[in-house]
Design a protein around this ligand. Sequence first.
Ligand code: MLT
Length: 333
Amino acid sequence: MTAGRAPWRRMALAALGTAAALALPSGARAADAYPAKPITMVVPFAAGGPTDVVARTLAAAMSKNLGQSVVVENRLGAGGTVSAAYVAKAAPDGYTILIHHNGMATAPALYSKLPYKPLTDFSFVGQVADVPMTLLGRHDLPPRTLPELVAYIRQNQGKLNLANAGLGAVSQLCGMLFQKAIGVDLTAIPYQGTAPALTALLGGQVDILCDQTTQTLPHIKADKVKLYGVTTTQRIKALPNTPTLSEGGLKGFEVKVWHGVYAPRGTPPAVIDRLNAAMRAGLKDPAVAARLAELGAEIVPEDKQTPEGLRTWLQSEIEKWSPIIKAAGVQAD
Ligand code: MLT
């Protein structure tokens, strides 16, 4: 008898389950099934460049963990702000996410009409990795060391240019700090990312570029560019014999690039948790760690890989850079 009633009990329980699921807010149901289709990871700079390299390494690792493709889409323009504005306005369903760097913190001071608010228009997923920068010259630029470069720039005022990836790019931030430190202005040549900027440097069309090791190391090792120093306070493992810019005479010079993953504001917490878990699992993958280390990048400690770790870091970076940028008098509409 008992056994005979079991199918009815099962059906009743199933019906209750369906009713309970229907009573859930649709966001919670969607989060349950998430991800049910490919996710787009928006990258603010050119394909093949430093942000793209970190994005593609992470996207491949996250795809494995999520069981769905994480497809990288490069949306270029305005020093990264085109991508950030796009993701800020995307549906908050976890299918459009953004990877961005320090530009998230510098844009509010650089753009008077920024169409998004970094701290309130996004849900935070977590921080990824830090990357040092290198100050480079075209291969046939005469100076061999940083003091020689500074002297050469002073003797050739108005003649040298500096490539960057636009206002909001770290190459622009580093170049701006360099010009302030030496007290000379260089002619800025903006590109849509440092991939094309580095191509121009390698081709001898531009003179100087500050760019991330994730892109520059192979060219430095192949002796295709002049290397004047690294932008971190300590020398880096990948280039142990290269002095820091601070050692070379620009006391206290420091730019370190950091990366964060964001989703539009209002993305369900369960979806953020899933993305965060996939991101952290990816960063634990030994192949990912080895690939990033090979490019001079350093995975951030686990407390920074959290949504709150990214939010507090972004806030501190906005507070750090805004007064420096305002004092430099650099701003676009
Ligand atoms: C890039 O990926 O092209 C760079 O991160 C741009 C920059 O910020 O310099």
